[in-house]
Design a protein around this ligand. Structure first.
Ligand code: PLP
Length: 372
């Protein structure tokens, strides 16, 4: 048996997305910038995908731009906000993805931009009173960069509240929604987002394609210069198959979202409760009401738990590991360190999809018992 429980890292391609993309790869090879028939045919696919994404997140079609990844989308937003929108301060959190953290560190190192971090508790919850009081100190235009759901432990931010606070103080709000697009309802207007990023391979779409939502009144220039693709926002011939695939994948996710959410939640709850019942000293790192696809658990460190990932893999289970840093070891997780997880624990993230089954959870539990 081979079990895939690393869906927060990437999801398998939805079979219907593959079916949709394959004939396009054979027949729709035109360059969408060409004005002839072949170009127009491909351009129509690109625009159809843009419309699908815009509809799902309640944006205007003109506010969606395709990128190579969410990493590129987050880079574009952060770098352009500083360069073009007069941002003088960035407020973020220590549990953001590295594509946000390393970018804010870079821009703040190169420009006169102040960088501030919000504190987080042991469940990854942000202190929003702190955000409110930081924003009350008027330090010039501010960009707030906070993710919707944390990819390592599944903590969900109260994005609505963050949006209200940002609106009250009239600052920009960028939300990395990579783990929630296609899994939760998102309305960029209700959430008062200025920018948002998403990535196709996290919701059963292809890899190498992402998108960015840029609220209409934020006039920014591109990160990548060249041709006039993506209405001058992102040069380079479009990844047309990826674009068609990401649109289809999001459409399919939304159609089944409620059903999948209920099913995956039941698997997650079953796994969580069974771990607590069967594995002595297990620590549930994820908040109970966190992202329904992500369950991060930790085991007291010993030679067995430290070899856990390796042993799970041998037993046919793919998951992902992380631990807090004890001595500057290269792979320590900045997220687990930030929430104060003791370095005496070995954490494992199981991230679930609708393709997983209860039998697989039982198999996993059995193997965990065996390994430990
Ligand atoms: N943001 C979050 C929260 C993620 O989980 C990831 C991927 O792991 C990214 C950004 C980067 O996405 P991409 O793989 O599209 O660059």
């Amino acid at each position: 048996m081979r079990i895939y429980l690393d869906n927060a890292a990437t999801t398998p391609l939805h079979p219907e997305v593959l079916e949709y993309m394959l004939p396009l790869m054979k027949e729709h090879f035109g360059n969408p910038s060409s004005v002839h028939f072949h170009g127009r045919q491909t351009k129509a696919l690109v625009e159809e995908a843009r419309k699908k994404i815009a509809n799902v997140i309640h944006a205007s079609i003109g506010e969606i731009f395709f990128t190579s990844s969410a990493t590129e989308a987050n880079n574009l937003i952060i770098q352009a906000a500083v360069r073009d929108l007069g941002v003088k301060r960035i407020i973020t959190s220590p549990i953001e993805h590295h594509c946000v953290l390393h970018t804010v560190e870079h821009v703040c190192g190169c420009h006169e931009v102040e960088l501030e971090y919000l504190s987080v508790d042991q469940f990854g919850a942000l202190n929003l009173d702190e955000l409110d009081s930081k924003l009350a100190e008027n330090k010039g235009m501010t960009l707030v960069c906070l993710m919707h759901a944390n990819n390592e432990m599944g903590a969900l931010a109260d994005v609505k509240k963050i949006g209200e606070i940002c609106k009250k103080h009239d600052v920009l709000f960028q939300c990395d929604a990579v783990q929630t697009v296609g899994k939760y309802d998102i309305n960029v207007n209700e959430l008062n987002l200025s920018f948002m990023s998403g990535s196709g391979h996290k919701f059963y779409g292809p890899k190498g394609i992402g998108f960015v939502y840029i609220k209409g009144d934020n006039k920014i220039s591109p990160l990548i210069f060249g041709g006039a693709q993506e209405r001058n926002m992102r040069a380079g011939t479009e990844n047309t198959y990826g674009i068609a695939g990401i649109g289809k994948a999001l459409e399919l996710c939304m159609a089944d979202m409620v059903e999948h959410k209920e099913y995956i939640t039941s698997l997650r709850t079953y796994l969580m409760k069974s771990l607590q019942d069967r594995i002595p000293n297990v620590k549930i790192v994820s908040p109970e009401d966190g992202h329904y696809c992500i369950l991060n658990v930790a085991f007291p460190k010993n030679e067995k738990s430290e070899m856990m990932m390796f042993n799970l893999d041998i037993h046919g289970i793919s998951a992902s590991a992380g631990s807090a840093c004890s001595s500057g070891v290269a792979q320590a997780s900045h997220v687990l360190e930030a929430i104060g997880l003791s370095a005496d624990y070995q954490a494992i993230r199981f991230s679930i999809s609708h393709y997983n089954t209860k039998d697989e959870m039982d198999f996993l539990l059995e193997k965990l018992e065996e390994i430990l």
